[in-house]
Design a protein. Sequence first.
Length: 181
Amino acid sequence: MVFMKENREDQQLIEQILKGVSGAFGILYERYEHPIFQLMYRLCGNYEVAADLTQEAFIKMYNNLAKYAPEYKFFSWFYRLALNHALNCIKKEKPSAVMAEEIHDETVASPEQQFIATEQQNQLLKIIHTLDEKYRLLILLFYYQELSYTEIAAVLSVPAKRVKSRLFTARKLLTEKLNRD
């Protein structure tokens, strides 16, 4: 039910945007800015670059809004558009530029523990970024963006069973790389 209500609200906003109603795009922006920024940050690891990619993704979404097919969930369509944009931009950069700078863990008590946790997270992200793109994306979307198999399948335009099997393979590859290091 939440999906249908959310998609209906999105559809109404899209219709308003296409008619030129002021404020409609701002509402859509507020609704999706955080998840799109998180995606961009997880992919590139740099706050400023992620902010730029987020803005560019919203511009791209706005320019392609007339192409959106209402029978699909808007979030999945936009997420895929943003993901493709980010991947195209990242491919133009050197692979080393994709590494995350740092991750903050609010639950760690002492500064020493926080430093260790941050270092472990950074090391994990570096290893994740060495995975083949199809596996790296699955790990990032499932664990960092917390998307379900179904949502990932919609974003990547693949069957949910394939997502599940590739995620299994991705975990296995990640475990092997972690055990080597």
